[in-house]
Design a protein around this ligand. Structure first.
Ligand SMILES: C[S@@+](CC[C@H](N)C(=O)[O-])C[C@H]1O[C@@H](n2cnc3c(N)ncnc32)[C@H](O)[C@@H]1O
Length: 415
């Protein structure tokens, strides 16, 4: 089911200010809850988590704010029309009835993305073609000319979402996906998607006020996303591709400049916490340095070449997030040794810290040898992963309870 509803529809329809649009914000699996909170903080109302998306209401200012300031959104889609269609003819005519002059000029270009679910429409590509035909036929009948299709850089990106006979038409305010922050200039193997990295940080509860470390940093995504939180830098501060809404007919340049200025004014690189990224591989350290510089965060992140087993905690407490090699191709015995090394190092060098580890290798995770106080299911690329939290208490052998209330007897002892 498309955008499956997690929270049921309210029984009474809610009243919204007239200029509040219905917005669907897409994200990654597992980040719906943290995105919902972020959207509320950005001013959205009627926020409801869906599957890999969150629905909300907001005016133009909120739409601009989400595009510029959301760390957890992949795309921001603004609903313009809802149609019931039982066959192709219905769909074609209903789309042709929308006044497309409101959104597009004959000299503009368009691209259409469709997602279909249910038995009425089964081919998304066909729905895109039908939608394009309905729109361009409307223009041809009025002006004897038609807008072109441009899949890479259109004036207007249109989303058609069909679930059984319910068809929703939305406009993509983000343009290119919002995981593109403009700072990834170099990478080593298996970099995290920027939105997933920001989501892992949000799920950890880290808010930029305590120290942060990623001791297997690769190209530095987690440390860069963390540093942006700490210095209150908008995630799109260095975006090098235009937002979709900038090409819309109703674009409000003054409002956009105010939104951008207000967000940019929060940026403050004068922070007292430590943000450390390290990796055993010198290529990773170089890539992380290049990316941190491109993100304007040189001097904020301390980047080192160091093996995790030799890295000391940079502070007496903080949050440590690791995206280690999953290495499902390695022999289990080697993977077990590696994951056991992580658990031993947490105990030995990181007391007072919360450690979070993401991996698709659930068998290997058992070798960490500590009881997780939280487990979250995430998807990294196509890999189903577990993201687990281990609390490294200070002092003598401690006591911690996991989600089920079971006591952890493996809590680290003071060395
Ligand atoms: C999956 S990659 C991390 C990717 C990173 N999150 C990113 O977004 O680019 C895992 C990293 O762990 C590093 N690594 C492996 N063994 C290590 C060790 N013993 N100490 C420190 N880093 C290690 C690798 O060099 C690699 O860069």
């Amino acid at each position: 089911m498309l955008f499956q509803r997690i929270v049921p529809e309210p029984e009474q329809p809610e009243a919204f200010p007239a200029d509040y649009e219905k917005i669907v914000v897409k994200t990654l699996h597992g980040l719906e809850g943290v995105l919902a909170t972020e959207l509320e903080n950005l001013g959205a109302i009627a926020v409801r988590p869906l599957k890999r998306a969150v629905e909300c209401r907001g005016d133009k200012k909120i739409i601009y704010r989400i595009c510029y300031e959301s760390r957890l959104a992949l795309r921001v889609l603004v609903h313009i029309h809802g149609i019931t269609a039982y066959n192709e003819k219905n769909l074609y005519h209903a789309i042709k009835e929308v006044d497309w002059d409101q959104y597009l000029d004959v000299n503009d270009s368009l691209a259409i993305d469709s997602v279909v679910a249910g038995k009425v429409f089964t081919h998304s590509h066909y729905v895109s073609l039908l939608t394009k035909d309905a729109i361009v036929d409307q223009f041809r009948e009025k002006y004897n000319r038609r807008p072109d299709v441009n899949l890479d850089n259109p004036t207007l990106r249109i989303n058609v979402r069909i679930n059984a006979s319910q068809c929703d038409i939305l406009l993509d305010a983000s343009g290119d996906s919002l995981h593109k922050r403009g700072y990834r200039r170099d990478s080593v193997e298996a970099p995290l998607n920027e939105v997933l990295a920001a989501g892992m940080i949000a799920l950890s509860g880290w808010n930029g006020e305590t120290s942060f470390a990623d001791p297997m940093c690769g190209s530095g995504t987690l440390a860069i996303e963390a540093a942006m939180v700490a210095v209150k830098q908008p995630p799109q501060f260095f975006r090098d591709v235009p937002f979709g809404f900038i090409k819309w007919k109703n674009f409000d340049k003054m409002l956009w400049q105010t939104v951008k200025k207000d967000a940019d004014n929060q940026r403050n690189k004068d922070i007292s916490i430590k943000i450390v990224a390290s990796d055993i591989n010198p290529r990773a350290r170089n890539a992380a340095s290049i990316n941190a510089l491109a993100a304007g965060l040189d001097g904020v992140i301390n980047i080192e070449k160091r093996a995790f087993e030799q890295a000391d905690a940079p502070d007496s407490s903080g949050t440590l997030i690791i995206n280690p090699p999953y290495d499902e191709r390695l022999r289990l015995s080697e993977v077990e040794v590696f994951y056991k090394m992580m658990g031993d190092t947490f105990k030995k060098n990181w007391s007072g810290w919360s450690a979070w580890v993401i991996t698709s290798n659930k068998e290997a995770m058992k070798s960490v040898g500590l009881r997780a106080s939280r487990r979250i299911e995430l998807i990294n690329g196509s890999l189903e992963c577990t993201y687990q939290r281990f609390d490294m208490y200070k002092g003598k052998k401690g006591h911690v309870e996991d989600e089920s209330g079971a006591a952890n007897t493996e809590v680290p002892s003071e060395e």
